[in-house]
Design a protein around this ligand. Structure first.
Ligand code: NCD
Ligand code: ZN
Ligand code: ZN
Length: 352
């Protein structure tokens, strides 16, 4: 009963890279076509354009809004890209003025390298940011973290786990009232931490991390289109994270981390950019995962309800419907290759 069609509140994406300029124009329609009401927009534009000030966030929001078709009800939820220079007062005024609804934490090495895409001007001294976190805790401003160690000595596959123990747990202990979102979670230990940490700790989970393990990066030869940060982990991590998600844990929510890169930046022989582009198939990918786990009844909460409150959203009163059928994922959008492009998924969003 009911397994050939599922209707849920319209969803929102808790972690999205829209980029800027021509790329923004190319990828934004795919998030709109996925019937999202809103998305949390990451501000890691290439230096010096990181969205680290109120003025930049307003201008970027306006550029996004200017590309929406007339009548669109899509809300870009802006975030503040935290740097070592960001003042607590500015974080609070941007929040109170309604410019941004959260702060994004990337970590960087002292020499500015490492971390993830466009994080060179991010936080090098997390302890030095404690006054900002204190202000955020007081005001209820969520901290969204790309939590991976940037120490080059640490094994790539252990970077999330090391960051958990060295940074995230101490942060949570120092600011137990601070709302923390563990972005694009991949490691079973961080997922278990989120479960045990209590009401103020949340996680977003990408569709690709629910589907692939680290083998995907090497299958058929090094595959840059399966490379993202955090790198996919061993399959036992994937399975355990996925079990928590599809069991319906209320502090885990859909965040695609859809991260478009020009094919040339992905396919170059050395220095491939990290990021996987899922926006053109996100609801179908998530529905496929929940269906495989016999958990379609939990899809609506994961995609459309969980974490809404911390971003100041109400779950949508409108609905979206997915039906069993066949949906061929487009190979490319412009010059960007889509995750699993060309493959057929057993769920299709009605209205595509
Ligand atoms: C993201 C990007 O390309 O902006 N890349 C990625 O591999 N996830 C950055 C990020 O979310 O860490
Ligand atoms: Zn990230
Ligand atoms: Zn991201």
């Amino acid at each position: 009963m009911g397994t050939d069609s599922i209707t849920i509140p319209r969803w929102f994406d808790r972690h999205l890279h829209l980029r800027d300029g021509d790329m923004l124009r190319t990828v934004l329609p795919h998030t709109l076509a996925s019937q999202a009401t809103a998305a949390v927009i990451m501000g890691n534009l290439p230096p010096p354009n990181e969205i680290s000030t109120i003025v930049k966030a307003i201008a970027y929001r306006d550029r996004i809004i200017s590309m929406l078709p007339p009548g669109s009800d899509f809300t870009p939820i802006m975030t503040c890209y935290l740097t070592d220079e960001t003042a607590p007062e500015d974080v609070v005024s941007g929040y109170k003025e309604g410019v941004w609804r959260a702060v994004k934490l990337y970590l960087a090495r002292k020499d500015g390298s490492g971390g993830t895409s466009h994080s060179s001007r991010a936080v090098k001294d997390i302890r030095g940011r404690y006054p900002v976190f204190a202000a955020m805790e007081k005001e209820g401003i969520p901290l969204l973290g790309h939590f991976e160690s940037v120490d080059p000595e640490i094994d790539e596959f252990d970077r999330e786990m090391i960051c958990l123990y060295l940074n995230v747990i101490p942060l949570h202990e120092a600011f137990p009232g601070l709302k923390i979102v563990f972005e694009h979670i991949t490691d079973n230990r961080s997922a278990e931490f989120v479960v045990s940490a209590g009401d103020n700790v949340f996680a977003t989970v990408t569709a690709h991390h629910l589907m692939i393990n680290r083998n995907a990066m090497f299958d058929g030869g090094m595959n840059p289109f399966k490379y993202c940060k955090p790198v996919p982990k061993r399959d036992d991590h994937r399975r355990k994270v996925r079990a928590i998600v599809t069991a319906g844990h209320p502090r885990f929510g859909a965040g695609t981390d859809s991260a478009p890169w020009d094919e040339a930046a992905k396919a170059r022989g050395f220095g491939c950019s990290a990021g996987i582009f899922t926006a053109p198939a996100a609801p179908e990918l998530y529905a496929t995962v929940f269906d495989e786990d016999g958990a379609l009844d939990k899809l609506g909460a994961f995609m459309s309800v969980n974490l809404a409150e911390i971003y100041g959203l109400e779950p949508s009163k409108e609905t979206m419907t997915l039906v069993r059928g066949s949906f061929t994922i487009p190979e490319r959008v412009g010059t960007v290759r889509v995750f699993k492009g060309g493959e057929i998924l057993p769920w299709k969003l009605v209205g595509r």
